[in-house]
Design a protein around this ligand. Structure first.
Ligand code: DGY
Length: 327
């Protein structure tokens, strides 16, 4: 390893991470706010760096990793500034001896807040009624105007009860909700008790819930976890909330379910083919669409950036990065 490793930051991030990296290496960074390098651009720029600090929108596939492994200096690590790392071919990285890290924990509350915000907003028709008011259509209070769905006392189904799912349950307890969950593995009894969670089979959860909130990571096993069959099982009065990953939901099946009235609405932060969104969703009043902002607060994005930087610095100093996802 050269004395000062070469570090590439693929997108403009909040400032606190830069000095941590500049202290140990030579930093090159994309400083064009909002500019996401394409795969070709990454292939042109990344090889020849010891370290990459990447974002969820960067496709770090086997082709890129191989190119980075076959150049001098050889790539040693990808520090992803996200809890999810489905943008990285982790298997290829492991095979090539390239470490990968993520940023768990620091965004859980912020993401749970957004999931709950979407749930409340879609239940109480907030964006829809706001559009109505801004369009100058509010001519007086009406007994039938924008009646929505009660959140207090309703049943929430959480699919994927890890850190974020558990924090959504914590918020739900303030609304006296009954909270069902489905997970790969049943949680320890004390965790179930702490968050008021009842373990439920997936189909039963879908049938019983007034709100279904998705928090599973995107893996081959969760691809289209919510498809035509699952949407049909949901109550016609129920809402789907997705702050996990777009491809966990079959977006075309979701459009169909919404058009057919199989479910009442949806709150979506993530999309199957981001940044593209199924065009039919754009015109649906009962759907809230936000552009993958679940972790977007200044404090959380600062914590994510510095955590990614600290993982990278640890590796460069010969220590074990705290948040490795490769073996
Ligand atoms: C993540 O961290 O995985 C989010 O999707 C981006 O904050």
């Amino acid at each position: 390893m050269p004395e000062r490793p070469r570090i590439l930051i693929t997108q403009k991030i909040l400032p606190d991470a830069y000095p941590l990296l500049q202290a140990i290496g030579d930093v090159e960074a994309n400083m064009d706010e909002g500019v996401i390098w394409s795969s070709d651009e990454l292939l042109r720029r990344a090889p020849g760096h010891d370290y990459l600090l990447s974002l969820v929108t960067d496709t770090i596939d086997a082709k890129l990793l191989e190119a980075c492994a076959n150049t001098t200096p050889r790539l040693k690590m990808v520090a992803n500034m996200a809890v999810g790392y489905n943008n990285i071919d982790v298997e290829a990285a492991a095979r090539l001896g390239i470490a990968v890290s993520n940023t768990p924990g620091v965004l859980s509350d912020t993401t749970a807040d957004l999931a709950f915000a979407l749930l409340l907003a879609v239940a109480r028709r907030i964006p829809e009624s706001e559009r109505f008011l801004r369009a100058g259509k509010f001519t007086g209070w009406g007994p039938l105007m924008f009646c929505g769905t009660d959140v207090t006392g309703a049943t929430l189904g959480i699919i994927g009860a890890g850190r974020i799912g558990q924090l959504v349950a914590k918020r739900a307890s303030g609304f006296d909700m009954r909270v069902l969950y489905h997970n790969r593995h049943r949680l320890a009894p004390e965790v179930e008790t702490r968050y008021g969670l009842t373990y439920t089979k997936l189909d039963d959860l879908l049938r019983a819930s007034d709100f279904v909130s998705l928090h599973a990571p995107y893996l081959p096993a969760t691809h289209h976890q919510i498809g035509e069959r699952e949407l049909e099982l949901m109550k016609s009065s129920a809402f789907l909330i997705n702050t996990a990953r777009g491809p966990v939901v079959d977006e075309k099946a979701l459009v169909h379910a919404l058009q057919a009235g199989e479910i009442a609405g949806a709150g979506l932060d993530v999309f199957e083919r981001e940044p593209a969104v199924e065009s039919e969703l754009l015109n649906m009043e009962n759907v809230i669409l936000v552009p993958h902002i679940a972790s977007a607060t200044y404090a959380t994005r600062t914590r994510m950036a510095t955590m990614a930087a600290r993982n990278l610095v640890a590796h460069a100093l010969g220590e074990r990065p705290p948040n490795l996802v490769t073996p």
